[in-house]
Design a protein around this ligand. Structure first.
Ligand code: FAD
Length: 506
């Protein structure tokens, strides 16, 4: 039902009314050149901006040349895979791994580009409970077969799980209005959040928001906090209520087979943009006495740097937000978790804090468990040896050291061992990725500007509202609509709110 409403909403945006067609005809006579737009960043925000800009411009009869600048050697940004054992048939998501049913932009793109998806938690025939939550001392809850065992939760936490899911659905319902008129397109994230009654949600911490809604007991600290830790590496007293609710919206989580980055790759291809990889933008400036903007790129390998630096653009979209965090892997040791020797360890272990331990913030937030989550992705066959092995993913605030990994995985203990040493002792493949992943989602009531200056647009403000692939893609689509509306001479909704251009990042 929601999907249908959204599709109608999107088609509505593309529909060209008679008045609009006349407006365009007039425009075409005065505009005999194509618009030039630079997009900085080829992640979800930049790719969606390119894709929607080309669609909206085509529907408005405006020619547009889009150039995407990306400092990495690949498209996808924080949505990217790495191949286990360097084998392309075993891709592993490093960043944005799953999306859900209500992520309309991503799901529509999957259909349009004929990509196939897979369940994010496929049945794997490996012994052990499906999921458990570890507080550094003991498992506070263990789910034997499925991720969300309602009967078990009700027995342990009373009505709190049901109330939380009800609350989450009501918040998601408000958020989905951001896709449709009159909220869409929005010139101010702060204003749209206020109009949709979401500012009260971002103003509270996750802990406060649950309490305000009558959700008490230990369900928040045990289960909801495990979810905010695995998704955003943050504890309930420090993450805002909206991100907390997003963490609980995990129904029907799935991913694109082979890597979610393919959505963004196809979006950019469909926009006919020129993509310049390994090309970092270092400066955006306005040409003297001009409405046009120019960029400075830093790419010693490019022969055309001078020509790129001399180009000018009607609009520039900055789709380059804030980042941080880390990952790694192994094969878990029952002794580490005080389990009986023959009991298999759970396949997914999230963490929370033991009773009485004060939740820390920032890197300290990890507390005594020492890691945010460790999950068995799947059993794999090592192409070098033909042996059956387990592929694990670990999230932690700093690179797990060799001693910690040795204990966790139950391999020979090493004093001051390096990662290279440990890989000789039972770990066949290690990949460490340091992410600047997401901002600390502290409660707040103002968000970064979308229009930084005339012709200069920013999608990254979404990160401190909700940091997901879908929401950043929504920002890309929103900015594309605002740009084309401005080209068509549509009036701005204008400054009903004072905005701040500060970016909170630690
Ligand atoms: C570990 C991790 C797990 C996550 N899990 C999920 C999940 O399961 N589901 C989900 O929906 N989201 C998840 N997220 C969040 C999601 O990945 C991000 O919110 C989303 O991908 C961000 O998209 P973006 O386009 O805004 O930014 P990015 O993907 O960061 O893209 C920005 C791009 O800009 C480029 N860039 C930056 N500066 C410059 C410059 N000066 N010049 C040129 N290029 C530049 C960068 O290289 C990058 O490619 C996760 C993130 C991380 C890190």
């Amino acid at each position: 039902m929601k999907l249908y409403t959204l599709v109608t909403g999107l088609l509505g945006c593309l529909q060209i009314t008679k008045a609009r067609a006349e407006e365009q005809a007039a425009l075409r006579t005065t505009q005999d050149y194509a618009k030039n737009v630079a997009i900085v960043g080829a992640g979800a925000g930049g790719a969606s901006a390119a894709y929607h800009l080309s669609k909206f411009a085509a529907a408005a009869g405006i020619a547009v040349n889009i150039t995407v600048f990306e400092r990495n050697s690949y498209v996808g940004g924080r949505s990217t895979t790495v191949n286990a054992y360097d084998d392309a048939s075993i891709p592993v998501e490093l960043g944005g791994s799953v999306f859900v049913k209500v992520n309309h932009i991503l799901n529509n793109a999957v259909k349009e580009f004929n990509l196939s998806t897979e369940d994010s938690t496929p049945e794997i025939k490996v012994p052990g409970a499906a999921l458990a939550i570890w507080n550094g001392q003991n498992f506070v809850v263990t789910f034997e077969n499925s991720w969300w065992d309602t009967a078990k939760l009700l027995w342990k936490y009373g009505l709190a799980p049901v109330k939380t899911m009800r609350l989450m659905r009501s918040v998601v319902g408000k958020f989905l209005k951001m896709y449709e008129e009159p909220a869409s397109p929005f010139e101010s994230l702060t204003q749209v959040a206020q109009d949709l009654e979401l500012l009260t949600v971002t103003a509270a911490t996750g802990e406060q928001y649950l309490a305000e809604n009558g959700i008490g007991g230990t369900f928040g600290a045990d289960v909801v906090q495990a979810s905010t830790r695995v998704n955003y590496a943050q504890n309930l007293p420090y993450i805002h209520g909206l991100e907390t609710m997003v963490c609980m919206a995990a129904e029907d989580a799935h991913s694109v087979r082979g890597g979610n980055w393919q959505i963004f790759d196809r979006m950019i291809a469909a926009s006919n943009a020129t993509t310049l990889l390994e090309t970092a933008v270092t400066e955006v400036h306005r040409l003297h006495r001009s409405k046009r903007l120019s960029l400075k790129v830093d790419s010693t390998d490019r022969a055309d740097v001078t020509s790129l630096n001399s180009k000018s653009y009607d609009d520039v979209v900055l789709a380059t937000p804030l980042q941080f965090s880390a990952i790694s892997l192994g094969s878990l040791d029952v002794a580490y978790f005080n389990l009986a020797p023959k009991k298999p360890t759970p396949r997914v272990i999230l963490t929370t804090l033991p009773e009485g331990e004060k939740p820390g913030k920032g890197r300290e937030g990890v507390g005594s468990p020492g890691f945010f989550s460790v999950s068995l992705l799947r059993p794999v066959t090592n192409p070098n040896t033909g042996g059956q092995e387990y592929l694990y993913k670990i999230f932690s605030p700093s690179p797990p050291n060799a001693t910690f990994l040795a204990h966790l995985l139950g391999v020979e203990s090493l004093d001051n061992g390096s990662a290279a040493e440990i890989s000789d002792r039972g770990i066949t493949w290690i990949y460490r990725k340091v992410w600047d992943s997401y901002p600390y989602e502290y409660p707040r009531v103002t968000f970064e500007k979308i229009k930084l200056d005339e012709g200069l647009w920013y999608t990254g403000g979404m990160d401190s509202f909700i940091s997901t692939m879908e929401t950043n893609a929504l920002m890309g689509m929103n900015v594309a609509r605002l740009i084309v509306d401005r080209w068509l001479g549509k009036p701005e909704k204008l400054g009903r709110v004072s905005e701040f251009a500060t970016v909170e990042q630690t």
